[in-house]
Design a protein around this ligand. Structure first.
Ligand SMILES: CCCCCCCCCCCCC/C=C/[C@@H](O)[C@H](COP(=O)(O)O)NC(=O)CCCCC
Ligand SMILES: Nc1ncnc2c1ncn2[C@@H]1O[C@H](COP(=O)(O)OP(=O)(O)O)[C@@H](O)[C@H]1O
Ligand SMILES: [Ca+2]
Length: 589
């Protein structure tokens, strides 16, 4: 059915692009133009969704090398998102497309520009007008400032965005600014940096929202308020996992264009409660054991830049550590989705859309932005608490796939960005070859969960507690003897149930049995060193040196200027009408 907008605003006329006459049509949703030459059988239609028009200006506008406008009174220029054909990454690269149109008369030109401005306004309620930009000059390869000024600022300027830029002078500068300053008038916050910098901004934005709502964010029982400020990420860090997992490419221009057109991607956030009533937030990785150790090691080698992770990864792998602990987790509804269902969360994901309704069901303003939501914790009895004890190579919790250049499908390839759940990955102690196999599968399309010492669960909450001293000593002894036996250092749950009660009120304490989690005395010279008793947590690239934590997933707590990963294959399915590659017929919203 045609909308009012479509019927009201349809405009159709001949326009010239260069010296070729085209038939151009503007509906409420698309601007399309097709070459009018009847002799040319290969004529193409270019179709640009109105939501992807960056700017419309009167005259023949050039922006490179410097902006110039030549106005004969009959021309107008349209800037829009154009998808690049390069398919080297999981998502699609976006570039700025530009077409100059010439109308038969000034009256018609004015009609075209007026209509275009009107549909643009109607279609893009979330386009930012004013942005607060934080640049970490020391993220990644120290190129944050250069990336912003040469690639991003010109696009913001073209789109008429007013940006207030702050180059950070210390860690937590951005977070403190967000918490202390008045942010009235800003539509969003842009982070130029890596996952650590994004994490800082996440803390600032969530903290500020809870402050203003009078909520105590440290209390795990509190239902947090959704954040009104959108966050944009310009990747300029080392891993840039949040950008990769939400856009599909690490490319500052693509990310800047998502910001400019006001794309909106809700994102789950994990609150990590530790120590005496303190909280940290994470969207990509809460990792103990291997990932915690790699981060701690890598901090000593920051001067190496992004390579510090490869180096530290090798060092930590060779040290062959594993850690004891008890993991309790509250399972999400298995009927909704599963971490092993081989699906991928892509732009317009159905699982995430259905979750919006479920997460906000009890809210008066169902599903709308910035309402508080009842959350998965409104009723703990909705899920089932499970409990496992033993020695782990790593325990990881991720709210999203956590794909990145190192691992194009990510830590959990079927995880969803906005379904209100996280994936808990338990890698039981195993021999170095087995663990290497597990790690290596992250770099291929092989299933990293299809290994006997790995399990994955879709969860709403997780608790981690250290093993008691006696168990710890026993564990270390059996490891250094290289004789872990059949159960890979697995400790029977019964011995822990009592001491965990203070951590997990309401947990049913069911025991999982591990089948083949065997440690063999492989590479003994390297692996039989005494392991330190505890690791640290890697919380989106920030060290959290408190091993005992409680994590809870807050569905869709923040919104990014992104739209999830675009699936190039389904875009190509739309080419029947001989539409060029910059058309998003199935991705229109
Ligand atoms: C034999 C090949 C082994 C390859 C192992 C690949 C495993 C990759 C999984 C990566 C998951 C990344 C999750 C994201 C973590 C980031 O938040 C964090 C901080 O990033 P940044 O602030 O941009 O520096 N990055 C890391 O913790 C790096 C983990 C590297 C592990 C090898
Ligand atoms: N000016 C600064 N000086 C030192 N550290 C900073 C500065 N600005 C931000 N940081 C901190 O640097 C850390 C890493 O930043 P990030 O941009 O994620 O780079 P990388 O991806 O290389 O780790 C973050 O934890 C952030 O808090
Ligand atoms: Ca999720």
């Amino acid at each position: 059915m045609k909308t009012q907008m479509e019927t009201d605003l349809k405009l159709e006329s001949s326009l010239w692009v260069g010296n070729k006459r085209h038939l151009a049509v503007l509906t409420g949703w698309h601007l399309r133009w097709t070459e009018a030459d009847k002799k040319n059988p290969d004529k193409k239609t270019v179709s640009v969704p109105v939501a992807e028009v960056v700017r419309v200006e009167e005259g023949r506008v050039k922006i490179l090398p410097h902006k110039s406008v030549e106005d004969t009174g009959r021309d107008f220029t349209v800037f829009y998102v154009k998808r690049s054909n390069s398919r080297t990454t999981s998502g699609l690269l976006w570039r700025l497309g530009q077409t100059q149109f010439t109308c038969p008369s000034r009256v018609l030109r004015d009609q075209w520009t007026k209509h275009l401005w009107t549909v643009l306004k109607t279609h893009s309620p979330l386009r930012p007008h004013r942005l607060l930009v934080f640049i970490n000059p020391f993220g990644g390869k120290n190129k944050g400032r250069q990336i912003y000024h040469s690639l991003v600022a010109p696009l913001f300027e073209l789109a008429g965005i007013n940006s207030h830029v702050i180059v950070t002078e210390r860690a937590n500068h951005a977070r403190d600014h967000l918490l202390k300053k008045d942010l009235t008038g800003f539509d969003g916050v842009v982070c130029v940096g890596g996952d650590g910098m994004f994490n800082e901004i996440l803390h600032g934005v969530i903290g500020k929202t809870q402050q203003e709502a009078g909520l105590c964010e440290n209390d795990p029982a509190v239902t947090l308020q959704q954040c009104p400020l959108h966050i944009g990420i310009i990747p300029a860090g080392s891993t840039d996992c949040v950008c990769y997992a939400t856009v599909g490419v690490i490319d500052p221009v693509t990310s800047a264009l998502h910001i400019v057109i006001g794309d909106s991607q809700p994102l789950d956030v994990c609150s990590v409660h530790y120590g005496p009533g303190q909280v940290r937030y994470s969207v990509s990785l809460v990792g103990y054991g291997f990932y915690g150790d790699v981060l701690a090691e890598s901090e000593k080698h920051r001067w190496m830049g992004p390579f510090r992770y490869d180096y530290s990864g090798a060092v930590v792998f060779l040290s062959n550590r594993s850690y004891s602990g008890t993991v309790q987790y509250l399972l999400a509804d298995p009927l909704l989705s599963s971490p092993r269902d081989k699906t991928r969360c892509l732009s317009g994901c159905g699982v995430c859309s259905r979750s919006t309704e479920r997460l906000f069901r009890n809210s008066s303003d169902s599903g709308s932005l910035y309402s508080s939501y009842s959350g998965p914790f409104s009723n703990d009895s909705e899920g089932e608490w499970m409990s496992v004890d033993g020695r782990f190579k790593c325990v990881s919790l991720t709210c999203m796939s956590s794909s990145c250049a190192k691992s194009p499908l990510g830590l959990s390839p079927s995880a969803h960005l906005a379904d209100g759940t996280g994936d808990l990955i338990l890698v039981w102690d195993t021999n170095p070859l087995g663990f290497l196999k597990y790690l290596h599968r992250h770099t291929t399309t092989q299933d990293q969960f299809d290994l006997p010492f790995v399990e994955v669960h879709r969860v709403k909450a997780v608790r981690f507690a250290l093993a008691s001293r006696g168990e710890e000593a026993e564990d270390n002894e059996s490891l250094s003897n290289g004789m872990d036996g059949e159960d890979g250092g697995h400790i029977e749950n019964g011995s822990r149930a009592g001491s965990l009660q203070h951590l997990a009120a309401g947990a049913k304490g069911q025991t999982m049995t591990s089948e083949d989690k065997t440690v063999t005395p492989f590479m003994c010279g390297l692996c039989c060193r005494k392991t330190p008793a505890v690791s640290v947590w890697n919380c989106d690239g920030e060290i959290l040196p408190f091993p005992e934590i409680f994590c809870k997933i807050h569905g869709q707590l923040v919104h990014l200027y992104a739209r999830g990963i675009e699936d190039g294959a389904s875009l190509r399915d739309c080419t029947e009408e001989r539409v060029e590659s910059n058309t998003t017929c199935i991705l229109q919203r």
